[in-house]
Design a binder for this molecule. Structure first.
Ligand SMILES: *Cc1c(COP(=O)(O)O)cnc(C)c1O
Length: 436
C-alpha cells in the first residue's frame, strides 16, 4: 500500500533502505552490470519471475539479476515516480523518445490504426508518420478544435475503426498550450473498444506532470514523460518514463528488457537527486511564468500571449483547464509583432535567457518554433495551429522574475520597426502606445 504522506515528503527516502548500503543517507550509484545470486535455486527463482514462467508468490519480489532487467537505482526511481501519479507501476527509459516508441511498438501491430492529437512532439510525429507507417500501422491525427463527433466520424471514415488500438495525445499541445480533453478521448476509446479488445489511451504529460496533472486519474491508461524536462530539471540528462497499472507496465517493461533501452544507474541517480526539488522548482517556475505573462500581455510589441493563466473564464479551454490542471504551468508562447526578422532580433538580444530547445529546466530557455522545433511541419498545419513567424516559446526557469522581465524588456526594445509599420491591435491592451 502507498503511503498517505505527500509525495514531496517522500522524495528523499522512499523505497531506499540505508542499512543495505553501509548506512549511506543517499543511495549509492549501483554501477554494476550483474548481481551475485546466493544460491542456484535463488537464481532459478528470479528468472522464473523475470520471464513470467510463474506468478510471484506472496511477498516475493523480483530479485536483482542483471542491470538491463533491474538495478537498485532504477527500482527506487520507479517507486518514487509512482507516488506523484498514484500509479501501480513505472518503467524508466534512456530517453523520452524511447519511452514513447516502446509504448507505440507494444500497443500497435501491423494493420492496426492509431489515433493521435496534432500537433505532437516532432520526434513522436516522425516515428508515427515514417517508422510506424512503413511497418503497416496507419494513423490519423485530430486537432484540438475537433469535437468528439468529428473525431469519431474521422475514425469511421478510415474504414478501419475495428482496428483502432491506441489513442495517443499530448496536452497541453506544444508550443501554443492548446488543450486536449483527456476524458473526451477516453470516451472515444470506449466507443471503439469491445469486450475482446480494449482501445488504450496514452498521454504525454511532459508539460504539466507529474505535479499539476494526473491523466491516469482522468481515464488514461498510460502516462508518458520526457524526464529530460521537469523531472530531470537541470538540463544535464536525457530520460523518459511510462506509468500505468501493473498489466500495461508489465507489457512495457518486457519489451524494454528486449530493446534494452532502460536508463543507466547514473542517470537514475541524477533523477533521484532531481526529484527531491521537483515541487519547489516547478512551483517557483509557475510563479515566475505568471509574472512574465502579465508583463507580456500589456507590451505593445506583443500581439498574443498563449498561457494557461491568461485563459478567458468563459472559454471551453478554461473549462478543460480547470478539470485537468492544478496550475497554469511554466510554459509560455507569445507572438511578437512582425515576422521572422523581428522575432530573431528579439532572440539575439536576450542575455540571461538562453536560446536553446528543451524545456522544464532551472534556467529559462527560449526558441523559435517555426524555424526550430516545428520546422518540419507542413505550412498548412503550422497555420492552423498558430505557429507564426513571430511566435516565441519560453520555458520559464527558477531565476528571479524581475531579472527575467528586464531581460525580455531589453530585447523587445531592441526590435526595430520601420517608420510606417502597421501594428496589429493587441486585444489585451486598452490603447496602442507606440514605442518604436
Ligand atoms: C522533449 C519531449 C519529448 C522527447 O523526449 P526526449 O527525452 O528528448 O527523448 C517528448 N514529448 C515532449 C512533449 C517533449 O517535450
Amino acid at each position: 500500500m502507498k503511503s498517505a504522506m505527500h509525495p514531496e515528503s517522500l522524495m528523499m527516502t522512499y523505497g531506499y533502505k540505508p542499512e543495505l548500503s553501509e548506512g549511506a543517507v543517499k543511495p549509492p550509484i549501483f554501477q554494476t552490470s550483474t548481481f551475485v545470486f546466493k544460491t542456484a535455486q535463488e537464481g532459478k527463482a528470479f528468472f522464473e519471475i523475470a520471464y513470467g514462467l510463474r506468478e510471484k508468490g506472496r511477498n516475493e519480489e523480483l530479485g536483482l539479476i542483471y542491470s538491463r532487467i533491474n538495478n537498485p537505482n532504477l527500482e527506487i526511481l520507479e517507486d518514487r515516480l509512482c507516488l506523484w501519479d498514484k500509479a501501480e507501476q513505472c518503467a524508466v527509459f534512456e530517453s523520452g523518445m524511447s519511452a514513447i516508441s516502446t509504448v507505440l511498438l507494444e500497443f500497435l501491430k501491423p494493420g492496426d490504426l492509431l489515433l493521435y492529437s496534432l500537433p505532437t512532439y516532432g520526434g513522436t510525429d516522425h516515428f508515427i508518420n515514417h517508422f510506424l507507417k512503413e511497418i503497416g500501422v496507419d494513423s490519423i491525427g485530430f486537432r484540438p478544435d475537433h469535437n468528439i463527433n468529428e473525431i469519431i466520424k474521422m475514425v469511421e471514415e478510415t474504414g478501419k475503426s475495428d482496428k483502432l488500438a491506441l489513442i495517443y495525445i499530448e496536452t497541453p499541445a506544444n508550443p501554443t498550450n492548446v488543450l486536449i480533453d483527456i476524458e473526451m478521448c477516453k470516451e472515444v476509446a470506449n466507443h471503439f473498444g469491445t469486450s475482446e479488445k480494449q482501445v488504450y489511451l496514452a498521454t504525454d504529460n511532459t508539460y504539466m506532470g507529474p505535479l499539476w496533472s494526473h491523466p491516469l486519474q482522468l481515464g488514461a491508461d498510460l502516462v508518458i514523460y520526457s524526464a529530460t524536462k521537469y523531472i530531470g530539471g537541470h538540463s544535464d540528462l536525457i530520460a523518459g518514463a511510462v506509468l500505468g497499472n501493473s498489466e500495461v507496465i508489465s507489457r512495457v517493461k518486457t519489451l524494454r528488457t528486449f530493446l534494452g533501452n532502460m536508463a543507466s544507474p547514473h542517470t537514475c541517480w541524477l533523477l533521484l537527486r532531481s526529484l527531491e526539488t521537483l515541487k519547489v522548482r516547478m512551483e517557483q517556475q509557475a510563479r515566475n511564468a505568471q509574472e512574465i505573462a502579465n508583463f507580456l500581455k500589456q507590451h505593445p510589441k506583443i500581439s498574443k500571449v498563449h498561457y494557461l493563466g491568461c485563459l478567458e473564464e468563459s472559454s471551453k479551454s478554461f473549462e478543460i483547464y480547470k478539470r485537468q490542471y492544478a496550475s497554469p504551468g511554466a510554459m509560455i508562447a507569445f507572438e511578437i509583432q512582425g515576422k521572422e526578422r523581428e522575432a530573431f532580433q528579439f532572440l539575439n538580444h536576450l542575455k540571461l535567457i538562453k536560446l536553446a530547445v528543451s524545456l522544464g529546466s532551472t534556467e529559462s530557455l527560449v526558441q523559435h518554433p517555426a524555424t526550430m522545433t516545428h520546422t518540419g511541419l507542413c505550412p498548412d498545419l503550422k497555420k492552423k495551429i498558430g505557429i507564426t513567424e513571430g511566435l516565441i516559446r519560453l520555458s520559464v526557469g527558477v531565476e528571479n522574475y524581475e531579472d527575467l522581465i528586464a531581460d525580455i524588456d531589453y530585447a523587445l526594445d531592441k526590435i526595430e520597426y520601420s517608420e510606417d509599420y502597421d501594428f496589429e491591435r493587441n486585444e489585451n491592451r486598452p490603447r496602442l502606445k507606440r514605442r518604436v
